[in-house]
Design a protein around this ligand. Structure first.
Ligand code: SAH
Length: 216
């Protein structure tokens, strides 16, 4: 499947909707306007791809709602060539949005099936990212420190090992809370040992779980 006029038109409407919902970062909006979200989902779901909704992918996981992708991408304050670590590759859509914004993306997924699929989806669209099959709780210290870290699954608390992998001035964006509701949290590393926390609204994600799943 390829991009189409119809899909491009739907993306324009989606971007207008995201503006109305308060997204102001023009680079984020441009990336969402550019990345063909329908190609990260089952081809039968074009009608759903550009609704502002989360949607099931395989392995019982979901592609995040576009609004959520826009909020997390904005909170990261991505600059071109920033090194960004994503935990929870899922479909690879968020990784593609960050790559479109000019970031150097490292992304980790605990389901082997999703890791393989996202890798081939991004390659077919011409996006470059480094994919890892593993448990994101460990982060990727050997590739750090990072300008930004984004966790796209719900964590019960801030994973401290991951904080160590931020550069000073870097930001971790992570939904923190219970299975039913999380608060979007930004942790900014303001000095070698100092961190500032801020809250950015309620969201619902699938849980961040330990270990890996090799079902395929
Ligand atoms: N960013 C994704 C949304 C993925 S949903 C997208 O754009 O489509 C969250 C993903 O996090 C799921 O695929 C889930 O398997 C993964 N995940 C949960 N816990 C994880 C962990 N400890 N390490 C790596 N991935 C994890």
């Amino acid at each position: 499947m390829t991009d189409s006029f119809e899909a491009k038109g739907k993306r324009k409407k989606l971007v207008a909707e995201l503006r109305q919902k308060g997204i102001v970062d023009e680079e984020v909006l441009r990336a969402i306007d550019t990345v063909p979200r329908h190609l990260f989902m089952d081809p039968a779901f074009l009608v759903h791809a550009y609704a502002d909704k989360a949607f099931p992918i395989s392995s019982g996981q979901t592609i995040s709602q576009p609004y959520t992708v826009a909020v997390q991408s904005s909170l990261l304050r991505v600059k071109k060539r920033d090194k960004i670590l994503e935990i929870g590759t899922g479909s690879g859509y968020q990784a593609a949005v960050l790559a479109e914004m000019g970031a150097k993306v490292y992304t980790i997924e605990r389901f082997r099936e999703l890791f393989l699929k996202a890798q081939s989806t991004l390659a077919s669209l011409g996006y470059t990212a480094d994919f890892f099959y593993g448990d994101g709780y460990e982060g990727k210290p050997q590739y750090g420190p990072f300008d930004g870290i984004i966790i796209t699954a719900a964590a019960p608390e801030v994973p401290t090992a991951i904080l160590q992998q931020l550069k000073t001035g870097g930001r971790l964006v992570v939904p923190i809370g219970t299975a039913s509701s999380q608060v979007m949290t930004v942790v900014e590393k303001t000095g070698p040992e100092s961190f500032e926390y801020s809250d950015h609204g309620n969201f619902i994600f699938v849980p961040m779980l330990k270990g890996i799943v090799n079902s395929k």
